[in-house]
Design a protein around this ligand. Structure first.
Ligand SMILES: *[C@@H]1O[C@H](CO)[C@@H](O)[C@H](O)[C@H]1NC(C)=O
Ligand SMILES: *[C@@H]1O[C@H](CO)[C@@H](O)[C@H](O)[C@H]1NC(C)=O
Ligand SMILES: *[C@@H]1O[C@H](CO)[C@@H](O)[C@H](O)[C@H]1NC(C)=O
Ligand SMILES: *[C@@H]1O[C@H](CO)[C@@H](O)[C@H](O)[C@H]1NC(C)=O
Ligand SMILES: *[C@@H]1O[C@H](CO)[C@@H](O)[C@H](O)[C@H]1NC(C)=O
Ligand SMILES: *[C@@H]1O[C@H](CO)[C@@H](O)[C@H](O)[C@H]1NC(C)=O
Ligand SMILES: *[C@@H]1O[C@H](CO)[C@@H](O)[C@H](O)[C@H]1NC(C)=O
Ligand SMILES: *[C@@H]1O[C@H](CO)[C@@H](O)[C@H](O)[C@H]1NC(C)=O
Ligand SMILES: *[C@@H]1O[C@H](CO)[C@@H](O)[C@H](O)[C@H]1NC(C)=O
Ligand SMILES: *[C@@H]1O[C@H](CO)[C@@H](O)[C@H](O)[C@H]1NC(C)=O
Ligand SMILES: *[C@@H]1O[C@H](CO)[C@@H](O)[C@H](O)[C@H]1NC(C)=O
Ligand SMILES: *[C@@H]1O[C@H](CO)[C@@H](O)[C@H](O)[C@H]1NC(C)=O
Length: 347
């Protein structure tokens, strides 16, 4: 009540400022246009223009700048293609809600050149830091890969929570926690993901990736792939380490899935993976989704290590390993594997 009575005069005084980005040198601060929480399906004023304005003013300087989104509810009704950032610290304290106008997103979202995917917000440049300070929240109102890293180098993503839980009777699909593609030197740590699809995933041409301390619910687990879908474009995945991962109810735990294509998976380690209620914990498939041409794949799988893998399997299956006859797997090693039946019984 106090808020309501105070607000009109405040708006009169600071109306101009509220609707604007406040800039101090190369530090920009953005406050939501609408002071109230965004109602489900509602259409409050669109904060997109001031997001873009703040990035333009404070996100592209050679001397370094910052963009701060304050606490409160931001409403985003349009795509944001922000690919020229440099030397910027982005802080997000508020809650970002994207509009539910599916027709708009279908026609306008930005293609990311992978598997006909597209995004509402593309962020790119050099020397970018984005922090949520334990408060920032993205509410996407839909099914999406939560994050997608493409054509990037030296990316660290830590302390993220994601949750795609269906609000209807339909289960969620394609709600992967993250996919890394054509990128190198990636560090992912301290995530909690409820996804309904792959949790952490290295796709084609991922090199040097370290994943640690991840908890996933309802997921596909730790995944290399799918890769090799376009035979004329070889996919390489090298030097990937997944460690200290806990999985609760998922299809797989430590999984390499390829199409019968070209390329190579080499030097992948799955270590200290603990899980409960997983369909097929350890799995290699050379012909994912079609089950055809399985022995014709020329995508080699080499030097893969499963170490200290413990937990329970839903269907009394510990591992499923199928390697292509045309490119047999080389140097797969297993140690400390303890997989038991979910409902008791022999390991
Ligand atoms: C602008 O930034 C400078 C340096 O960070 C700070 O000293 C000053 O108080 C700021 N001014 C306002 C109005 O916030
Ligand atoms: C990276 O950006 C930060 C934040 O703006 C800045 O302080 C730092 O100097 C930049 N680093 C380099 C190497 O330019
Ligand atoms: C990678 O990014 C970190 C900051 O996250 C920076 O300290 C480091 O110098 C960068 N390394 C390279 C090789 O650019
Ligand atoms: C994810 O969201 C659902 C629905 O809101 C909730 O029941 C579940 O506890 C959440 N999971 C986590 C790990 O927070
Ligand atoms: C993970 O979280 C812990 C506890 O908050 C923190 O000490 C650690 O630095 C984090 N790891 C990374 C890589 O950020
Ligand atoms: C693991 O990440 C969680 C947050 O997801 C954090 O609370 C915890 O301290 C981290 N543990 C370590 C050993 O970094
Ligand atoms: C992966 O990289 C190779 C060359 O390094 C390239 O030929 C290929 O097209 C890339 N694959 C994809 C799917 O982008
Ligand atoms: C294998 O991958 C790990 C983890 O990324 C890395 O530390 C190691 O140097 C790689 N080994 C070789 C021989 O490249
Ligand atoms: C993973 O867990 C092991 C055993 O608890 C610990 O020694 C190691 O430091 C952890 N690694 C990371 C990167 O957190
Ligand atoms: C798995 O998650 C369910 C519900 O979120 C919980 O009841 C159960 O205790 C969890 N199991 C383990 C082993 O963490
Ligand atoms: C095996 O992994 C578990 C976590 O799943 C960890 O607590 C334990 O320390 C690991 N054992 C060794 C020998 O690293
Ligand atoms: C087998 O793979 C491991 C990594 O898992 C590697 O350290 C080792 O050198 C490989 N051995 C051969 C003969 O390539």
């Amino acid at each position: 009540m106090i808020f309501l009575t105070l607000l009109p005069p405040l708006l009169l005084l600071f109306g101009q400022t509220l609707a604007d980005v406040v800039q101090n040198g190369t530090a920009c601060t953005v406050t939501p246009l609408s002071p109230t929480p965004v109602p489900v399906g509602g259409r409050p004023p669109d904060d997109t223009p001031q997001f873009l304005d703040a990035f333009r003013r404070c996100g592209t300087t050679s001397s370094g700048g910052s963009v701060t989104f304050t606490e409160g509810d931001f409403y985003l009704g349009q795509i944001m293609d922000v690919i020229n950032l440099q030397n910027v610290d982005i802080s997000i304290y508020g809650r970002l809600t994207w509009s539910t106008d599916i027709q708009y997103w279908l026609s306008r979202s930005i293609p990311v050149t992978y598997a006909q995917r597209s995004t509402a917000w593309r962020l790119g440049g050099t020397n970018i830091t984005m922090r949520g300070h334990g408060k920032g929240l993205f509410f996407g109102n839909g099914q999406l890969w939560h994050t997608f890293v493409a054509h990037s180098q030296n990316v660290t993503m830590t302390n993220l929570d994601m949750n795609a839980t269906s609000a209807t009777q339909w289960t969620t699909v394609n709600t992967d926690g993250t996919n890394i593609w054509n990128s190198r030197d990636i560090r992912i740590a301290n995530w909690t993901v409820t996804s309904g699809d792959d949790c952490i995933c290295a796709k084609g041409n991922t090199t040097n990736m370290h994943v640690s301390n991840i908890t996933c619910y309802e997921s596909g687990g730790m995944v290399v792939g799918s890769i090799g879908s376009i035979p004329s474009q070889p996919d390489y995945v090298e030097n990937v380490l997944f460690e200290n991962v806990s999985l609760n109810h998922s299809s797989n735990a430590a999984w390499i899935k390829t199409y019968p294509g070209n390329g190579r998976v080499r030097n992948v380690t799955f270590r200290n993976i603990r899980f409960s209620d997983v369909n097929q914990p350890i799995y290699i498939s050379p012909c994912i989704y079609t089950g055809q041409n399985c022995d014709n794949s020329r995508l080699g799988i080499q030097n893969v290590r499963w170490e200290n893998i413990t937990g329970t399997s839903r269907y009394n299956i510990g591992a499923g390993i199928h390697c292509s006859a045309a490119a047999p797997c080389q140097n797969l090693t297993f140690s400390g594997i303890d997989i038991r039946q979910k409902n008791g019984g022999a390991p």
